[in-house]
Design a protein around this ligand. Structure first.
Ligand code: PMP
Length: 282
């Protein structure tokens, strides 16, 4: 199993983190997860552009361009013989004596990347999953894919303790997103999903889904929706890189619609799968 640390490819056991790495001490860094199907990255460039944008939003300059990173990740996937899986990569603001103030330009970022073999979640995608509700206590820059995930972790842990897949987060009456995915509802055939602003991570899966909707003339609205709209929705689904389009059939112990994956969600799943096959082959 090979991993990449800064410019080098190493055996995983040889990779070490410095105790004063700012990612480790402060969560001062950004990351991405890219899906691999058939040995090829799906929407790789979109993820790497978002990584660059996340870095810029925290005033961090990446030492590689998205194109260079894409090539390095292709190498790693090949070396580790990943067929279906994920690539994880993160940049931190480097190693420097602990101080809240950013280190100078002379301190290089720390870059780590590794792959994992992860199957598609076929069974839950068929049956649907349950979700709990949880107050969104995170900071107000959820658009940045930062390493600070404690708010997300606390919610996901609550979901796991309730044997649920996801925690649907809300700020007061307004639903934002999930602890590790975007949340959409379907009402009278229209998909509704929170607008891309500082309250959510603008998921690449979410963006791909909306592009599919545009092409297929499936109506959608990008706007905030309420807890009441969530509980009276015909369908609810979660979307994300590893979970794809996941039907949510129970929210806070109550069935969504008839308690089975809905027709619009199923249609989106099929169109999404077709898009994967178009980009990565069968
Ligand atoms: N929101 C949050 C909080 C996430 O962690 C993720 C990533 N799993 C998403 C949304 C979905 O983003 P993407 O489709 O780019 O994976």
């Amino acid at each position: 199993e090979y991993v990449m640390v800064d410019g080098r490819t190493l055996d995983r056991s040889a990779a070490k983190v410095d105790i004063e790495d700012r990612g480790y001490q402060f969560g001062d860094g950004v990351y991405e997860v890219i899906r691999v199907y058939n040995g090829k990255m799906f929407t790789g460039m979109e993820h790497l552009k978002r990584l660059k944008e996340s870095a810029e939003k925290i005033q961090m300059k990446l030492p590689y361009s998205p194109e260079e990173l894409l090539a390095r990740m292709e190498e790693l996937i090949l070396k580790n013989e990943v067929d279906t899986g994920t690539v994880y990569m993160q940049f931190t603001r480097g190693i420097s004596p602990r101080n809240h103030v950013f280190p100078g330009e002379n301190v290089a970022t720390t870059f780590v990347a590794y792959t994992r073999k992860v199957p598609r979640p076929v069974e839950p995608m068929e049956k649907g999953v349950c979700a709990i509700l949880d107050e969104d206590i995170r900071w107000l820059r959820c658009d940045i894919k930062s390493l600070n995930l404690l708010g997300n972790l606390l919610s996901k842990q609550r979901a796991a303790e309730a044997n649920c897949f996801e925690a649907i987060l809300h700020r007061g009456e307004t639903v934002t997103e999930g602890s590790h995915s975007n949340i959409s509802i379907v009402k009278d055939g229209v998909i509704i999903t929170h607008q891309a602003d500082n309250h959510i991570l603008n998921g690449i899966t979410r963006q791909k889904m909306l592009e599919i909707c545009r092409n297929e003339s499936i109506p959608f609205e990008e706007r905030a929706f309420s807890l009441d709209e969530l509980s009276s929705a015909d369908e609810v689904f979660s979307s994300g890189t590893t979970v794809e389009v996941m039907p949510v059939v129970e929210v806070a112990g109550k069935p969504v619609g008839n308690g089975r994956p809905g027709s619009v969600t199923r249609q989106l799943q099929a169109l999404f799968k077709a898009e994967i096959e178009r980009q990565c082959g069968q």
